[in-house]
Design a protein around this ligand. Structure first.
Ligand code: ZN
Length: 305
């Protein structure tokens, strides 16, 4: 009996691995277009905020502050970020102007971080919070391991934690045709792209669940990356619902990063960033990428036109 209760207590102490968890992260605030005008940007951001609020998803948005600075629109553009915090969502730094670290000198890239936090940091403080997370543009973590290490040292001195990504589904590919269809009022193309995006995204979640199983032998909290664009404004709700139906709960980045998988060493150096799950076995990266579920060829063809 004593042994049984000891086993029971041990089981209780284990994390609840049966509960799937995901963080939703949205990049390139306040706009990853194409957009018609400022009103369109405002509308898309508000839809993204409202959907997160109605599904109770603690979304974090990563900002490129350069997008706030447009003649006669600065006040309205800054108000968009305020609306994110009003909705109870979080904000992080995605550099000032979204350069790739791969071809940006270290000092310039550090300046991109400093320049990229000016307004967002003060806004977060106004809301009793602070800037905590940094997301690399293109998920590129540097041109070589020394520069990468120096930059990560700098980030931690500045009080930043890197926001990794485990799931990405090429939303920008579907959005290219979707946003064009919005502008042209082509509702059947919008529906086709929206539905293809949702189904591909849910497929990618299954894929990365499988990768976690194969590499770690267990489930992990996932971190999904997408962008603030017309496609996500209209279809994130279906993705949230799809994830809920799969048994996911939505958590914060802070909670997700408590999982020890995010303490692993990241060895990946390449022009293109990859999922966190591919970053500690360089020999396997190509193999994983080749085996990923593919977007339908007719969609890729349109994208590449
Ligand atoms: Zn980005």
């Amino acid at each position: 009996m004593k042994i049984l209760s000891a086993i029971f207590l041990f089981l209780l102490s284990l994390p609840a691995i049966s509960q799937k968890q995901v963080v939703i992260t949205i990049d390139d605030l306040i706009s990853n277009g194409p957009f018609i005008d400022l009103a369109h940007i405002q509308h898309v951001n508000q839809q993204v905020i409202d959907t997160a609020v109605s599904f109770e998803v603690p979304v974090i948005g990563f900002v490129n502050e350069q997008k706030l600075h447009r003649k006669n629109e600065e006040v309205a553009r800054k108000q968009i970020l305020r609306n994110w915090l009003e909705g109870g969502l979080d904000l992080g730094n995605h550099t000032y102007s979204h350069p790739s670290f791969y071809n940006t000198p270290l000092e310039d890239f550090k300046n991109e971080v400093i320049k990229g936090e000016v307004f967002t940091s003060s806004l977060l403080e106004e809301y009793g919070s602070k800037m905590r997370y940094f997301r690399h543009p293109f998920l590129n973590t540097g041109p070589d391991s020394l520069t990468k290490a120096k930059f990560e040292q700098f980030l931690s001195e500045q009080g930043y934690t890197v926001a990794p990504v485990t799931v990405e589904s090429g939303d920008y590919i579907f959005n290219k045709m979707y946003a064009k269809a919005v502008i042209e009022g082509d509702s059947s193309e919008m529906k086709a792209m929206g539905e293809a995006y949702v189904s591909h995204t849910l497929k990618m979640f299954e894929w990365y669940e499988g990768v976690a199983d194969q590499t770690l032998g267990r489930a992990i909290p996932h971190i999904y990356l997408c962008h603030v664009n017309p496609l996500n404004a209209d279809y994130l709700g279906e993705i949230y619902q799809g994830l809920k139906d799969k048994g996911y709960e939505f958590i914060t980045l802070e909670d997700a990063l408590k999982d020890p998988v995010f303490d692993n060493t990241d060895y990946h150096i390449d022009k293109w960033g990859v999922s966190w799950l591919y970053r500690w076995d360089e020999g396997k990266v190509k193999e994983w990428l080749m085996a990923e579920p593919e977007i339908a060829p007719e969609i890729l063809k349109k994208y590449n036109q």
